[in-house]
Design a protein. Structure first.
Length: 143
């Protein structure tokens, strides 16, 4: 007889409820809000994933791509991905996780990594926009 896995979506859902996240349990994942963004928590075969999704302004696609590359180079646990529609950015943090105890240890760290990645990405976007503004001002002044 196969041993029942200790970690389940239902146990993770209860944990998130206890921590005040107000999650929504779906068939294959859990939705919850963090820092004004909706996160998706998925778990399958010992693999835990937390993902955040953002809409991208079409005019800012290049900047998002550059900021995402910079973020990936500095926050090794976070994978920023621009999805095929070129209008959605996904931040993903993944870990192997077999037990509820592992989940209790890893989940807060995963959120910290996501926050760090968001902060890095935001700072990089601000730098890119500032740089573009300065270049545009310089070009206007010398034309």
């Amino acid at each position: 007889m196969e041993k029942k896995k200790e970690l389940t979506l239902r146990k993770m859902f209860r944990y998130l409820m206890e921590k005040g996240y107000m999650p929504s349990l779906e068939d294959t994942h859990i939705l919850f809000d963090i820092k004004e963004n909706t996160a998706v928590l998925e778990y399958e075969d010992g693999f835990l994933s937390v993902r955040l999704f953002f809409s991208i302004d079409k005019d800012e696609y290049r900047n998002f791509l550059e900021a995402s590359n910079s973020c990936m180079q500095t926050t090794y646990m976070i994978r920023p991905v621009i999805l095929e529609d070129h209008r959605t950015l996904m931040f993903s943090c993944e870990s192997i996780c077999d037990t509820f105890r592992d989940f209790e240890r890893f989940f807060p760290k995963m959120l910290d990594y996501l926050y760090e990645g968001l902060s890095t990405h935001k700072n990089q976007m601000q730098e890119l926009l500032l740089w573009q503004s300065l270049v545009q001002q310089h070009a206007t002044q010398h034309s």
